[in-house]
Design a protein around this ligand. Sequence first.
Ligand SMILES: [Zn+2]
Length: 468
Amino acid sequence: MRILARALIIGVAIGLTTLIHAQNFDLVIANGRVVDPESALDQVRHIGISGRTIAAISADPLSGRAIIDAAGLVVAPGFIDLHAHGQTPETYRFQARDGVTTALELEVGTGDIDRWYAERKAGRLINYGVSIGHIPVRMAVMRDPGSFLPTAAGAHKAATSAEIKEMARRLEDGLKQGAVSMGAGFPYTPAATPEELLEVFRVAGRNRVPVHVHIRRGVAGLTEVMKLAGDAKAPLHVVHINSSGTTATAEMLKMIANARGQGQDVTTEAYPYAAGMTEIQSANLDEYQDAPEQRVALLEWPRTGERLNRETFQKYRKMGGPVVLHTNTEEMVIVAVTSPLTMIASDAYWENGTGHPRTTGTFSKVLGRYVRESACLSLMDALRKMTLMPAARLQARVPAMRTKGRLRVGADADVTVFDAAQIIDRSTYRDPGLAPLGIQHVIVNGVPVVTKGQLVEGVAPGLAVRAK
Ligand SMILES: [Zn+2]
């Protein structure tokens, strides 16, 4: 009996193997170095894709109706960006060429979840999703006239208790409508009182939803937000620790590690640039009004490349537009990017034909400058920060994230194929729209959106990532 059972098992196994090899997949990625942070696989493999799903990962060649020859290239899970502003056809194109297959706007978010997804219903180049954001909700309740960030009452007027109640109601509604998470940005809403912020975090705590927060600067900012999240029992995700931390980045990462050690649910992310960018009219920049000239000179007007002084700061503030903030050092960027705590997230920012180079180069910059050139990060660790970690952060609430960020049978066929010897970002602060080099193929839900380094026109395989 035992021998018979064994023979049967072997027979079934051989049968299955033959089945896989005889199967004609829709798409095969052949001969690539498959790197998967979840299983720690780093071997030459062949990947068979059926429809939207990875159906086989095999050491033996597979046959398919279409074949991508990935010999000499790295085959990785598609990159998941937890911090992607823009969310326009233009930014999806930029990000696809940087290897991003899922772009989520979780910091600012939106005030109307149903409407946001309905606007993108026709399909997009890459997968997309959004949080319900305290900033836009506050703008709506306080009737702020700003388009993306508050410029009047949304930033500068304290809310009544009825208005705070209304904000909490709208946040709850957004979660019911399937928001991926919650968003907040304290420097953009300086008039929000501790009571108001606690109310926001209580909504997150009740629903066990992470709040993606742009904190106030430095150790004090992190202390404030960790206390709020702790009091409300809300999961916390601190966005761009590099630009919120600057010289205190290492210390703040230690604080996060300690909090995690004590059981607090707190995660963080970084982008690999020493300068930030934001709208010059936002409340975040109020402090520069009376700042010493030396500090104002940290600001650059990207259209001309000039460093600002008090006079030109006022002039451009009346005009409006993005401004570059040279507030960090390369040393601290390396601390932020290489910490095992950080995910890589771009904070992609693009408006009226210009923006920050991180929009087009975040992921290729990490893989080119930090993995290959300075070797301060291993390929596996870098990919984990771009794929598995962001998926794991969201998967308790968002079912779609359980099948993203990994290469295994049954996972979504979101795949990025790149040349590890060539990959590099090309964008600069003056010229931020340049596509990186070395990203060869990007596949979203089984459909190539980048082939041989070029965008594929007329495809829209990107699906909504939503918590329902
Ligand atoms: Zn942002």
